[in-house]
Design a binder for this molecule. Structure first.
Ligand SMILES: NC(=O)c1ccc[n+]([C@@H]2O[C@H](COP(=O)([O-])OP(=O)(O)OC[C@H]3O[C@@H](n4cnc5c(N)ncnc54)[C@H](O)[C@@H]3O)[C@@H](O)[C@H]2O)c1
Length: 362
């Protein structure tokens, strides 16, 4: 089996993780880079030795030497570029979130099914070694029946501004940007249950707090403090058809003492924490045990998780196997995210039944 020629579309912050990981994969060749910002694309091409540079993704997709693409652009372009890439015969790794709406997600899924090409969603936390370790414990019944999970991603000061703060390009604020990671991880480890109902709340109380001094935070490349159209906080309770529930709270900013990431799952035989530090909670001989797996990293190792994600993508492209984060999972997560936004907007519980999918499908 020959090596894969990779095209990376979008040469901003996250493309660096994709490019570093492709560079370390002996089966991948970084062949082409595309960005609307030509200087950015040129710089990455020079750094990673890509033969081709494009500013129009259609031209990259028309290049017959490109086998597969990583889509690392703003969220508003994920569906459009994924569909075009699949129809051009390329396999696709698309950054999270899959897209902005359920309708877009259904269109991407349809393109995957029609073309028979592969699409992997970049739910990078699934690819972390600790997540896979915990999955093994869960699959072997250590937690029993999982009935409750908790997903938090709280930034007290962390609206990145730029396109992240522009509703049209991002599709939303902390929920769709950072909430997606912890919600997906809980849902994946819960065994991907079908969502039954969602109650959500979103708040626009604090703005982007560009007035704050003495505390620095990450700013997007095109940071502009005057523009912010996304929520600054969201919370939700998601109930699944099997009776399990997931509680979520996320923020770009909040009057919290510190940033906090929480991923916890609770079953009738045991519990696990993946964040803030990997721990298993068990009961043996009438005694409660906190068991600490001995691993290199106690929490998410971003670089290693991206390497695993890219290695998995390359492997799936070469063997034709189904990725562990397929388009169907991207769609289910969009149903959850959009359900939270819809519930918050309407002030009601959103219920999912057989008829709902027909309403939104194209
Ligand atoms: N997996 C993770 O942990 C993680 C972390 C950060 C961002 N992301 C995701 O990665 C994506 C990019 O985020 P980022 O932080 O790199 O943003 P960024 O702004 O740093 O980079 C995005 C780049 O895409 C380019 N672009 C936008 N539309 C384009 C188009 N139609 N054609 C070509 N280029 C285009 C922009 O010019 C920009 O250079 C987002 O979807 C984001 O949600 C994922």
């Amino acid at each position: 089996m020959g090596t894969l020629n990779i095209g990376v579309i979008g040469a901003g912050s996250i493309s660096e993780h994709h490019l570093q990981s492709y560079q370390k994969n002996t089966q991948a060749v970084i062949y082409a880079i595309c960005d609307l910002n030509e200087a950015r694309a040129q710089a990455k091409a020079a750094k990673y030795g890509a033969a081709k540079v494009y500013t129009d993704y259609h031209e990259l997709l028309a290049d017959p030497d490109v086998d597969a693409v990583s889509i690392c652009t703003w969220n508003n372009t994920h569906a459009e570029i994924s569909i075009a890439a699949l129809r051009a015969g390329k396999n696709v790794l698309v950054e999270k979130p899959l897209c902005r709406t359920v309708e877009e997600a259904l269109n991407v899924q349809q393109a995957v099914r029609e073309t028979g090409k592969l699409l992997q969603v970049g739910f990078v936390r699934r690819y972390d070694a600790n997540a896979q370790l915990i999955r093994q414990f869960i699959e072997n019944g250590e937690l029993g029946d999982i009935y409750f999970a908790k997903a938090s991603s709280i930034r007290r000061l962390g609206n990145p501004g730029g396109w992240f703060a522009d509703q049209d390009r991002s599709g939303g604020g902390p929920l769709i940007d950072i909430g997606v990671h912890v919600i997906d991880l809980c849902w994946y480890l819960m065994g991907r249950p079908k969502v039954a109902s969602i109650t959500g709340n979103t708040y626009r109380k604090l703005g982007n707090r560009s007035n704050v001094k003495n505390l620095s935070f990450y700013k997007a490349a095109d940071y502009d403090a005057s523009k912010n159209t996304v929520e600054d906080m969201a919370n939700a309770v998601i109930r699944f058809e099997n009776g399990a529930s997931l509680m979520v709270d996320v923020s770009f900013t909040l009057h919290a003492k510190q940033d906090e990431t929480v991923v916890k799952l609770f079953g009738d035989k045991g519990g696990v924490e993946l964040e803030p530090a990997v721990t298993i909670v068990a009961e043996k001989h009438n005694t409660i045990l906190n068991v600490v797996p001995q691993t290199d990293h106690k929490a998410l190792n971003v670089t290693a998780a991206f390497q695993n994600e890219i290695n998995h993508f390359v492997d799936c492209c070469q063997t034709g196997s189904m990725p562990i984060s397929p388009v169907e999972d991207g769609l289910e997560i969009m149903k959850i995210l959009c359900g939270i936004y819809e519930s918050a907007e309407k002030g009601i519980e959103i219920r999912f039944d057989g008829s709902r999918e027909e309403v939104v499908s194209p």
